[in-house]
Design a protein around this ligand. Structure first.
Ligand SMILES: Cc1cc2nc3c(=O)[nH]c(=O)nc-3n(C[C@H](O)[C@H](O)[C@H](O)COP(=O)(O)OP(=O)(O)OC[C@H]3O[C@@H](n4cnc5c(N)ncnc54)[C@H](O)[C@@H]3O)c2cc1C
Length: 360
């Protein structure tokens, strides 16, 4: 049986929820964290790149797969931009499970196969299914870490976040590789294609706006075939995955009543690169600190969380949203196949940060 009442209910156990549970439980709060999937950290829906400042989270055994030093950005003309872009490739399942284990060690109760079914925010009651039975749990604070479609946000009547869809294969890598490769092209409207190496394997994927590209399989298989032909990749496909990436930027407010939003559920994922692991961890920890302060009687704690996340991430997310809006004017037109257009829309180019247009 689940507890009938907890201080903090965490919904969703990706990096955001696991981080929030870890910090709340570490402060002595009673924490129940629920995950709808059958296994923690599975299925992996990720290209598995994290920036170097997240290195501390890659230390547990089995998490770090390889180091990255640079990025190669391929433009429509075939020109390639080489940039310093250090980071780490991780086993994302192990990455998430390491944080989950730390939360459990702090005393959080973590359960799988337990989907949230509804939230009565006024009564502070969440409804979930656990071991085949519907159950209600009363909470003092709810931390919504339930990903891009956030059922919690939906239950509270908040708007759905705009998303990009992705498709990714894990394929053999025929030679050592330390760069992340990125293809910018009208073949991937609203997104881009990537090759992220991890030892003898690589994640080859792409994202696109489904309104502009209904079929992600054909362009991915075509890119795969091209790279097999070049001798870089093998034909085998070891793992197929995909998933949604929120691309609309931050929610207007990151809390409603005693419900806080973190990670993808908050809209913290970068709308151009799709990177969201670091922001999920950072916001999960910050939301937990806010929950601790709030339950300790600090009347500003939740406002402070909202302000802190907007200050830390708002300018970069606003710029990325502006760049998406710019690119959206050009997808499926000849301009999208011009290098100049793509340079304004991708983080490796100075035009992304400074092209004379008014952006933050
Ligand atoms: C193909 C792909 C590649 C990506 N590559 C990268 C990358 O290389 N680097 C990077 O930084 N970011 C990447 N991202 C983004 C990154 O994966 C997310 O930003 C990150 O997972 C967000 O963490 P989160 O904890 O907020 O949400 P999630 O990791 O999405 O976790 C949400 C959890 O909530 C659970 N959940 C949902 N509904 C319910 C419910 N009703 N009840 C209970 N649980 C529920 C879900 O099952 C899930 O486990 C990628 C995304 C995709 C789709």
């Amino acid at each position: 049986m689940l507890p009938q009442q907890v201080d903090v209910l965490v919904v969703g156990l990706g990096p955001g929820g696991a981080s929030a549970a870890r910090v709340c439980a570490g402060a002595g709060l009673s924490v129940l964290a629920i995950e709808r999937n059958k296994a923690f950290g599975e299925p992996v829906q990720c290209a598995e790149f994290i920036p170097n400042p997240m290195g501390a989270y890659a230390q547990p055994e089995g998490v770090l797969l390889q180091r990255i030093d640079s990025m190669q950005s391929f433009l429509p003309s075939g020109a390639v931009e080489h940039s310093d872009f250090p980071g780490l490739m991780v086993d994302r399942g192990e990455f998430d499970r390491a944080i989950i284990r730390a939360a459990e060690a702090n005393g959080a109760r973590m359960v799988t196969s337990t989907p949230l079914l509804g939230v009565d925010a006024e009564r502070h009651i969440a409804r979930m299914r656990h071991q085949g039975q519907e159950q209600e749990v009363a909470y003092r604070v709810l931390i919504a870490a339930d990903g891009p479609h956030s059922p919690t946000a939906e239950a509270l009547g908040l708007p759905a976040l705009p998303i990009v869809q992705t498709r990714q294969y894990t394929v053999p890598l025929k030679k050592p590789y330390t760069a992340t490769d990125v293809w910018l092209s009208d073949d991937y409207p609203g997104g881009y294609a990537w090759l992220f190496p991890k030892g003898d394997w690589a994640n080859l994927g792409l994202g696109a706006d489904k309104r502009l590209a209904g079929d992600l399989k054909t362009p991915l298989e075509s890119l795969h075939a091209q790279l097999v032909e070049q001798g870089l990749l093998g034909e085998e496909i070891r793992y197929r995955t995909g998933g949604a990436i929120p691309v609309g930027g931050l929610r207007e407010s990151l809390f409603l009543g005693d419900v806080l939003f973190v990670g993808d559920a908050a809209g913290l994922t970068h709308p151009i690169t799709g990177a969201g692991i670091a922001a999920a961890v950072v916001s999960g920890e910050a939301a937990a600190e806010a929950a601790i302060g709030h339950l300790d009687g600090d009347p500003e704690a939740l406002d402070d969380y909202d302000e802190e996340m907007h200050d830390q991430y708002g300018p970069a997310l606003d710029r990325a949203c502006e760049r998406r809006a710019f690119l959206n004017e050009h997808w499926r037109t000849p301009r999208a196949q011009e290098d100049a257009t793509q340079r304004r829309g991708w983080i490796a180019f100075s035009e992304y940060f400074n092209d004379g247009t008014r952006v933050a």
